[in-house]
Design a protein around this ligand. Structure first.
Ligand code: SF4
Length: 428
């Protein structure tokens, strides 16, 4: 299949250019996308016009690559549970603004439909957009705000997360199902270039959500999470959310909350999404009853990691130790792997990823689309040449072949999947 390139008129109208086939981008290079890597744009996907950028296509007559001068380039935001194989390919004009913190997957037009080079990597339907009824979410927030009138966390999750940011996890909490968020930390010990909860004034973009401004108490955490673990299907409660800093900076409160939660219920999984910076704290949380960890990383190469995370007082080795600590106590360990075509499928990255899997006994890779302006990211981490790459699809196949028990997905698994049949026990 060879979809046609898409362009916009700069006023939100999108057209196909039947003189050009769509291409993809890997690192700094526009490339032809193999025909079998295109899928229809999944429900919940969105299209973006990219101001100040000209799409790169393949001339249907000559087979040469050239720019589309008819309008601005177009990219797709693919919905959760799907991983993109290529970024949108375009040439950026000097005055172009930095793009906000979303993913910009390649897209094209074929048989009157939008297509993207991607794969559904996760069968769990917990964040499928068709599953959200706005009225039910609203009713759920009203009900639980009344039920917990003095709980600042429930107020934050309702007014900010569910009703303003439309956070899928917060909305699921107010619908009484699956994974429930527990933001806890107003501070962070990293300075990620693309931080989604804090962007310095001087940066040309804003953060996707505002960072939490208070430190919740153990009581506030326990009050709403125990009933969720007791009543929700496939229950997971997760510390470490997009609307906060680094949860490990609050490890004593989290430890005490886990101990208190487990006094009331043995149900469900207690997870932490973290940058993994403090292995001693992780060990203390495992002793307290933590069940799983998800460590976020843009790369398994220390130099690429440090260039993006700009850590304060921790090292790449610390995050490896944190994963090992969870495995030592029999916990479930995932990485939240920010997939960037041209970086993630680089040969050195592949070798580093293999080493990490071997060295830590990792259980799962959550293949997440990197929500960042591609030019800005590569520029800020100083990458001018991405070197030899194997393709994201090939990378996934090679890792799966070598590590057949390593799970692929997009979400933190419930206990039913961790302890039971991983291929069956999830929300569907
Ligand atoms: S670890 Fe999270 S909160 Fe901290 S700077 Fe990075 S993205 Fe932001």
């Amino acid at each position: 299949m060879k979809p046609f390139l898409l362009y916009s008129d700069g006023e939100g109208h999108i057209f196909e250019d039947t003189s050009l086939y769509a291409t993809g981008r890997s690192g700094w290079d526009a490339v032809a996308v193999p025909g079998d890597e295109w899928i229809m744009l999944p429900e919940g996907g969105q299209l973006y016009e990219l101001p100040g950028r000209r799409g790169i296509g393949i001339d249907v007559q000559t087979g040469e690559m050239r720019l589309c001068e008819k309008g601005w380039a177009v990219a797709a935001f693919i919905p959760p549970a799907h991983t993109g194989f290529y970024v949108a390919a375009y040439e950026t004009l000097p005055e172009a603004p930095t793009l906000p913190l979303f993913c910009y997957t390649a897209t094209g037009w074929h048989n009157n439909k939008f297509y993207v080079p991607a794969v559904r990597i996760e069968d769990d339907i917990r964040q499928d957009c068709s599953g959200y009824d706005k009225q039910k979410v609203k009713a759920g927030t009203a009900h639980l705000l009344q039920h917990y009138p003095h709980n600042r966390l429930v107020k934050h999750l309702a007014e900010n997360c569910a009703l303003t940011y439309e956070c899928p996890a917060a909305r699921n909490y107010f619908l009484g199902r699956w994974e429930c968020p527990i933001p806890s930390s107003p501070a962070c010990n990293a300075n990620c270039i693309g931080c989604i909860s804090f962007q310095p004034e001087e940066e040309g973009i804003i953060s996707s959500q505002d960072r939490l401004t208070f430190r919740p108490t153990v009581e506030e955490i326990v009050e709403y999470t125990v009933p969720h673990l007791e009543t929700a299907p496939f229950p997971v409660v997760s510390f470490g959310q997009g609307c906060e800093g680094e949860p490990l900076l609050m490890w004593q409160t989290i430890r005490d909350a886990i101990i208190e939660i487990r006094k009331h219920t043995k149900k469900g999984s207690i997870n932490i999404n973290t940058n993994g910076s403090m292995p001693e704290a992780v060990e203390a949380l495992m002793k307290a009853g933590l069940d799983s960890i998800r460590v976020s990383m843009n790369s398994t190469r220390e130099n690429i990691y440090n260039a993006y995370y700009r850590p304060n007082n921790y090292t790449f080795e610390n995050i490896i130790e944190s994963i090992r600590a969870v495995r030592k106590y029999g916990g479930w360990a995932s990485i939240n792997y920010f997939v960037f075509p041209g970086m993630t499928d680089n040969i050195e990255e592949y070798e580093a990823l293999r080493n990490l899997i071997r060295d830590t006994g990792l259980n799962m890779i959550q293949w997440r689309n990197f929500n960042i302006d591609p030019d800005w990211y590569l520029g800020r981490i100083g990458i001018t040449d991405c070197g030899e790459c194997m393709g994201i699809k090939q990378l996934m196949e090679s890792i799966h072949e070598e590590f057949p028990t390593l799970k692929f997905g997009y979400y933190n698994p419930p206990m039913e999947r961790i302890k039971g049949d991983f291929e069956k026990n999830y929300a569907h």
